[in-house]
Design a protein around this ligand. Structure first.
Ligand SMILES: [Zn+2]
Length: 331
């Protein structure tokens, strides 16, 4: 139930204690009912506004080496002024706790699954499925709004974009559109209620009633200030736009929607030579890269399946069969 309707601030949200009105608190939480999960503690920063307002969740690090999102979430947690907060803001800067110091790419080392493909999870499943279940049901669905911060992974680069999955609920979809518009990205990836790559946290959260979006900035394991600052500025503007923070939102140009998000995978194992750059626009049939074997013999040429813009590419040339190469937003 929204805080504003209940008329007082919640004291806990799932395992996360919420401080008194007008205060900020940091700490660590765990999922005590699950022995495997309880071997870890997750950091949080919680703000309770002095006045009523929405409930807003900021998460990052579901992919453990997407450092700009993690750094931006931590920075938001230190820079937001609780006196300017309306309602409740909770920041969880590192969801993939097992993977962080392991420098895991894509997956969580507890079970080598991609945590962002496992939602809604399963209380009796693998470590990742259980984490997804507890995170979603005890924390995420208790919020009206959420944003999940990403970057290109350790071996990916990208051009900044935001994304959300339409829920079919007109009010919620409009809220997500307004959040995406307030971030300040050039591109938005909008998808329907079903589709490729199921199990993403933000998409399942949207189906469960949360106005949930994702934002991508940075990559390659680099803490480039401009990429971190983009996330901080984007989230701050969204917080103002939805009324979680005092002050008028900055007016930013809304992003352009791509028609679909085509992920290109390699037909062979080989060395990938990418022939395009992120943010570059391509036409159907353009050569975007090629693969050779380990003595340089040509194996495959990769072409664009659609007119579009290259939103991300893999920077490591070592590609397994079916390995991800790049993503094109169709125009
Ligand atoms: Zn990610």
């Amino acid at each position: 139930m929204p805080t504003a309707i209940r008329g007082r601030l919640p004291r806990v949200i799932g395992p996360i204690p919420i401080p008194a009105a007008g205060e900020r608190a940091t700490g660590r939480f765990t999922f005590a009912g699950d022995a495997g999960l309880a071997r870890y503690e997750w950091p949080y920063i919680a703000f309770a506004g002095a006045s009523r307002g929405p409930t807003f969740l900021v998460t990052a690090g579901i992919h453990a080496a997407e450092y700009t999102g993690i750094e931006a979430a931590i920075r938001l947690g230190r820079s937001l002024d609780p006196r300017e907060v309306r309602g409740t803001i909770v920041i969880i800067p590192l969801l993939n706790r097992p993977g962080f110091y392991e420098r895991s790419i894509y997956v969580n080392p507890e079970d080598n699954d991609n945590l962002n493909r496992l939602f809604p999870g399963d209380a009796k499943g693998t470590w990742g499925q259980r984490f997804a279940h507890h995170l979603l049901t005890e924390i995420v669905v208790r919020f009206e709004h959420s944003i999940d911060l990403h970057a290109g992974d350790l071996i990916e680069e990208l051009t900044p974009f935001v994304g959300y999955r339409e829920s079919g609920d007109a009010t919620r979809d409009e809220r997500m559109r307004a959040m995406a518009n307030a971030y300040g990205a050039k591109w938005v990836v909008k998808s329907g209620a079903t589709g490729e790559r199921p199990g993403m946290m933000y998409a399942v959260a949207a189906q469960r009633g949360v106005a949930a979006i994702l934002a991508e900035s940075g990559g390659r394991g680099l803490l480039i200030e401009e990429d971190v600052a983009r996330h901080v500025r984007g989230v701050t503007n969204i917080l103002r736009a939805v009324g979680s923070l005092a002050g008028e939102p900055e007016r930013v140009a809304p992003p352009r929607a791509v028609k679909s998000f085509e992920w290109l995978r390699s037909p062979v194992e080989g060395i990938f030579h990418c022939r395009v750059a992120v943010a570059q626009e391509v036409r159907t049939g353009d050569v975007v890269g090629d693969l050779t074997d380990l003595v340089g013999e040509p194996l495959a040429t990769v072409t664009a399946p659609t007119d579009g813009v290259v939103l991300f590419s893999v920077t490591s040339p070592a590609i397994k069969k079916d390995g991800l190469l790049l993503g094109i937003g169709a125009l």
